[in-house]
Design a protein around this ligand. Structure first.
Ligand SMILES: Cc1cc2nc3c(=O)[nH]c(=O)nc-3n(C[C@H](O)[C@H](O)[C@H](O)COP(=O)(O)OP(=O)(O)OC[C@H]3O[C@@H](n4cnc5c(N)ncnc54)[C@H](O)[C@@H]3O)c2cc1C
Length: 445
């Protein structure tokens, strides 16, 4: 697998967006295919949060399910062991766009810094909300709604009281489905006989959801509302400020406590990744629609976990991630690389350890056209010499060692592309094509 600093020019077999239970399970399964003769896929994971594990790493919560109870972080640390074992890079990056390139077989993933990555398939496992750094402030100014309304009632009254007594700023952040909570809060405030205006603005509603303005509670208390999307939390020790983005304008607001209305994200997730060319893969509430195999309507794009809608549980997220990875495998091998598609299965001796040559490129060896070159044998020189000798039309006969193994770097690619008078991108696609056509093998000896 490539190192982090190589990833921008490597074409991954699959890119997983989100490092919660669904995404981590998908990435591990993509690499650990467990079927004799099958080849593992190369995988990369993106996560917008500072912490791996998504909601499964939430605060001090124990994860429970039928017959299991996992301490905080236990599940994620198990998944992370496999992520490390299979050498899967996780980038701390928020994905903003998935673009299908011309020709259709490669996607460009763009992150919020404008950096681009190439992949043959995509697994979306973004959960209900792209976590920024709220993890850092859970219990220290950031709270979420996740239990029954009885609990929320008490919690809200306490927060409002605290805000009034300490003259601190409290806000509730949600979307159009927060209207029930808003009405609930208003009645709680009425009970407390608090001056509404002092709390203003109390509700921060995602900027795209301005239709809340049509609601009668908004008409009655417009001063309690503000609009925007929280993209960051800050403060030393405790929460002190939030970064809010609205219609491209970023502002910083002083706030001491934020209640994130997770119940509203359970009804409409905060999914904002642009898919181009535009493909309708979500339902009207923003959940991604898939078939039972995790396939979306857009070929090569798969999804799993909470982003696919209820029910919300780690078991379902993991099962969905595994299923989506199997489907991505089928897509990449059978459809794109046109090699035999082994039926995969999900069990194997538990003491399995990948060897150094547990590499992902799915090609079958064709000894007529392929020779083995050892890394020690001055491979770079050899490849350059081979490229120099060959006329373009014979290119499909060359053997080269692919750059993700660290043998060639970007400079070599530039050199080779100059010799061949083609762009680096064309060269990369050419090599990929050769791999697909089984004219080129890449493995370490
Ligand atoms: C308080 C609480 C208690 C829970 N208790 C239980 C329990 O006891 N048992 C149980 O089974 N389930 C429980 N759950 C539910 C469970 O945690 C979720 O169902 C599960 O984590 C969903 O997994 P996921 O991978 O789909 O999404 P998530 O865990 O939400 O992970 C999604 C990840 O995607 C990342 N992401 C989002 N957008 C982007 C982007 N654009 N670019 C890059 N990264 C992105 C996010 O940062 C996040 O890390 C609980 C949830 C909460 C909040």
């Amino acid at each position: 697998m490539p190192q982090i600093n190589d990833v921008n020019s490597f074409i991954f077999d699959t890119a997983v967006i989100g490092a919660g239970p669904a995404g981590l399970s998908a990435a591990v399964r993509a690499r650990f295919v467990k079927s004799r003769g099958a080849y593992p896929m190369s995988a990369i994971v993106f996560d917008s949060s500072v912490k791996t594990g998504g909601l499964a790493n939430f605060s001090k919560t124990k994860l429970t399910g039928p017959s299991f109870s996992l301490e905080r972080g236990e599940l994620v640390s198990k998944l992370m062991k496999d992520i490390e074992l299979f050498d899967i890079p996780i980038l701390r990056s928020s994905v903003v766009e998935i673009k299908r390139n011309r020709g259709g077989s490669v996607f460009t993933i763009k992150d919020s810094h404008g950096v681009k990555y190439l992949t043959k398939s995509v697994i979306i496992a973004t959960g209900m909300r792209p976590l920024s750094n709220e993890f850092e402030y859970f219990g220290r100014g950031v709270e979420i709604t996740y239990m029954g309304y009885d609990f929320i009632n008490k919690m809200i009254k306490k927060f409002i009281n605290d805000a009034a007594v300490n003259d601190s700023k409290f806000m509730i952040y949600g979307n159009k489905y927060s209207i029930n909570l808003i009405n609930f809060v208003i009645s709680a405030i009425n009970g407390l006989k608090t001056d509404y205006k002092k709390l203003s603005p109390l509700f921060l509603i995602d900027a795209d959801e301005q239709d809340i303005a049509k609601d009668k509670v908004y008409k009655k208390y417009p001063f309690l509302f503000s609009f925007g999307k929280i993209t960051g939390f800050s403060g030393s020790g405790r929460l002190n400020r939030i970064i809010v983005e609205s219609k491209g304008v970023v502002r910083s607001e002083k706030v001491d406590r934020v209640l994130l209305d997770y119940n509203s994200f359970e009804l409409a997730p905060d999914f904002k990744i642009k898919i181009s060319p535009a493909a309708s893969i979500t339902d009207r509430n923003g959940f991604i629609k898939t078939d039972a195999a995790g396939r979306t309507r857009a070929e090569g794009i798969f999804a799993a976990g909470d982003i696919c809608g209820p029910y919300y549980s780690v078991s379902r997220a993991m099962a969905g991630g595994i299923t989506a990875a199997f489907s991505a495998y089928e897509f990449v091998t059978a459809r794109l690389k046109k090699i035999r598609n082994y039926s995969l299965f999900a069990y194997r001796a538990t003491n399995f350890r990948p060897e150094i040559n547990y590499r992902e490129i799915a090609v079958e060896l064709n000894t007529d056209k392929i020779a083995v070159i050892s890394k020690a044998a001055g491979i770079k020189k050899l490849i350059l010499a081979e490229f120099k000798k060959l006329p373009k039309r014979q290119l499909d006969k060359i053997l080269c060692y692919f750059r993700q193994y660290g043998v060639l770097d970007i400079k070599d690619f530039e050199d080779i592309s100059k010799i061949l008078e083609i762009s680096v991108l064309e060269l990369t696609s050419l090599i990929e094509l050769m791999i697909d056509e089984k004219l080129l093998s890449v493995y370490r000896n």
